[in-house]
Design a protein around this ligand. Structure first.
Ligand SMILES: C[S@@+](CC[C@H](N)C(=O)[O-])C[C@H]1O[C@@H](n2cnc3c(N)ncnc32)[C@H](O)[C@@H]1O
Length: 285
């Protein structure tokens, strides 16, 4: 038994039951240190004036809002602008130029990107900066970045687009000047960037179809998922890509052994996964 405060205790079997429910609900396997999960669950119990985790289990089974609120308090939302530099280098030097060349013949020229598991928005806005910088000559292009997360509070922060000086510390000064307005001690994303991004709540375990994408960023999400949910998600991401589209994963994320058929390109230590342009290309992997 893990005793956390005078009032609240979380029993082993309650914790196991919660783990199963959370994995089913959000795909995430809470298999880290028991103390950490116990402490967070206890904090949530106290916030709801509950005295046992069994009551919490009943609550989240009967209320989607409470289930979402619990996830909000448990999920790791670590993020940052250009957090994974190698990924952005691959995006700017390989993915964008290749897609630009291939799609230039299309009319109208559309370019759709998805930031799946976008947390508080830094990743989506970083993608928007890279696109603006890399496609400055692409006037007339219809560029749309969809950014989704299961946590609505994180999305509210993302939509606001107001970040601290600390949050933008890795953004080069010329890009800060071009894409942010200083407001007091904070930095607000300018409309030219904000207008490219649509934030929407979505549970990646139960995604709704929102069209096909030329590129999907799903960074630092897969590694938190159970193997079964990881396999299912990668298959869905493959399905949601246009032929020739790219999937970018975080450094700690691994494609499961059940690979739906990606071509693998590794450069500068970073790997991007491409859906083959055609069946013939797939057989030539
Ligand atoms: C560690 S953060 C990574 C954020 C960002 N992609 C990055 O790399 O900077 C993982 C994000 O995935 C989200 N997430 C976890 N499970 C999810 C699910 N089932 N559906 C949608 N988002 C999920 C979390 O809420 C969190 O914001």
């Amino acid at each position: 038994m893990h005793k956390l405060s005078i009032k609240v205790a979380v029993l082993e079997h309650e914790l196991s039951e919660l783990r199963v429910l959370l994995e089913r609900e959000a795909g995430v396997l809470f298999d880290g240190p028991t103390e950490m999960l116990t402490a967070r669950v206890a904090g949530f119990l106290e916030s709801r004036h509950l005295t046992s985790a069994t009551d919490l289990i009943k609550l989240i089974q009967s209320s989607e809002t409470e289930s979402e609120a619990l996830l909000e308090s448990l999920l790791d939302g670590e993020t940052g602008f250009f957090r994974n530099l190698a990924a952005f280098e691959a995006f700017e030097k390989k993915v964008l130029p290749e897609l630009h060349d291939r799609k230039s013949a299309d009319s109208p020229c559309c370019f759709r990107i998805w930031s799946a598991g976008c947390s508080t928005g830094e990743e989506a806005y970083s993608i928007a900066v890279s696109v603006c910088q890399g496609m400055s000559g692409a006037g007339g292009w219809n560029i749309h970045i969809v950014a989704s997360d299961i946590r609505r509070q994180a999305l509210a922060i993302a939509r606001r687009g107001l970040y601290s000086e600390q949050a933008i510390v890795h953004v080069p000064p010329n890009l800060i000047k071009a894409y942010f307005s200083k407001i007091g001690q904070h930095f607000l994303v300018k409309p030219r960037l904000r207008n490219l991004v649509t934030f929407t709540p979505m549970n990646l375990v139960r995604p709704v179809y929102i069209g096909r994408f030329d590129c999907i960023f799903c960074m630092d999400v897969l590694r938190h998922f159970s193997m079964a949910q990881r396999i299912a998600l990668v298959q869905r991401l493959h399905l949601y890509l246009q032929p020739g589209g790219y999937l970018l994963l975080g450094l700690g994320d691994k494609l499961p052994a059940v690979d739906p058929g990606f071509q693998i390109h590794t450069d500068g230590g970073f790997t991007v996964y491409q859906k083959p342009l055609s069946i013939a290309a797939k057989s030539g992997r």
